[in-house]
Design a protein around this ligand. Structure first.
Ligand SMILES: Nc1ncnc2c1ncn2[C@@H]1O[C@H](COP(=O)(O)OP(=O)(O)O)[C@@H](O)[C@H]1O
Ligand SMILES: [Mg+2]
Length: 227
């Protein structure tokens, strides 16, 4: 059978996904999108358009009302506020804690922790207390936690919202590099249009539907024209 090289595999595939809160408020309304494996896509939309709800549905934290979600690999989630995610006193302990359910040996756990810290350029921080890290470093630890669990699909919900300019560009550039280096797939929610420079593609969500998608530079212009 001939293989069509132009067909890319989707790592995240969402079809006609709908979700409503118990109050009856519809947040996602037959939302359809897909992210190709190995790519870094961004999700944009005004406050309340359903971005966080969509990410939580993708992570299996909420149950859809209808529609399909297919995700090819293990998911790692990164929240806006790393203090809601990092629970142990030190960097190494936090990443190791995330591996408890994997039932690894001590040596294997240490190997995974070190490997993941190296992937986010924090190799020197194994024993560093979490409180002594900058916001950007905390987000890198959260990402290392996902890498250590061998997550290949990263869902990041406004991970730069609490960071200053330099930490913001560092984080987005390093996530792009990580995605390319390790052939991961990432869906990154943001309000900051300059981050689109690092994306392979973007979706624009409005009232629970994808109303535009594709080239990030074109979408950046669409949003700049609106503001
Ligand atoms: N836990 C919740 N219970 C009820 N409504 C919620 C809850 N979380 C969010 N919402 C509502 O769902 C809508 C979409 O929210 P959200 O997905 O957080 O939007 P975004 O991340 O795009 O700002 C908003 O109207 C919000 O008020
Ligand atoms: Mg949100």
């Amino acid at each position: 059978m001939p293989i069509d090289q132009s067909v890319t595999t989707a790592a995240i595939s969402v079809r006609e996904l709908s979700f409503a809160w118990a109050s009856g408020e519809t947040v996602l309304d037959r939302c359809t999108l897909s992210v190709p494996k190995g790519e870094f896509w961004m999700l944009l939309g005004t406050n309340g358009s359903g971005k966080s709800t969509l990410l939580r549905l993708l992570a299996g934290l909420l149950k859809p009302k209808s529609g399909d979600i297919e995700i090819s690999d293990r998911v790692g989630f990164v929240f806006q506020n790393p203090d809601h995610q990092l629970v142990m006193p030190t960097v190494g302990a936090d990443i190791a804690f995330g591996l408890v359910s994997e039932k690894l040996s001590y040596i294997e756990t240490l190997h995974r922790v070190k490997e993941s810290l190296s992937a986010v350029n924090l190799s020197q921080m194994l024993r560093r207390p979490i409180y002594a890290l900058s916001g950007g470093q905390k987000q890198r630890v959260a990402i290392a936690g996902a890498i250590a669990r061998h997550a290949e699909v990263l869902l990041l919900d406004e991970p730069t919202a609490l960071l200053d300019g330099e930490n913001q560009t560092d984080l987005v550039a390093s996530v792009r590099e990580l995605v390319k280096q390790k052939n991961l797939t990432a869906l990154w929610v943001t309000h900051r249009l300059n981050e689109l420079d690092y994306a392979d593609g973007a979706f624009l969500l409005e009232r629970g539907q994808v109303i535009d998608k594709g080239d990030p530079m074109r979408l950046k212009q669409v949003l700049l024209d609106r503001s």
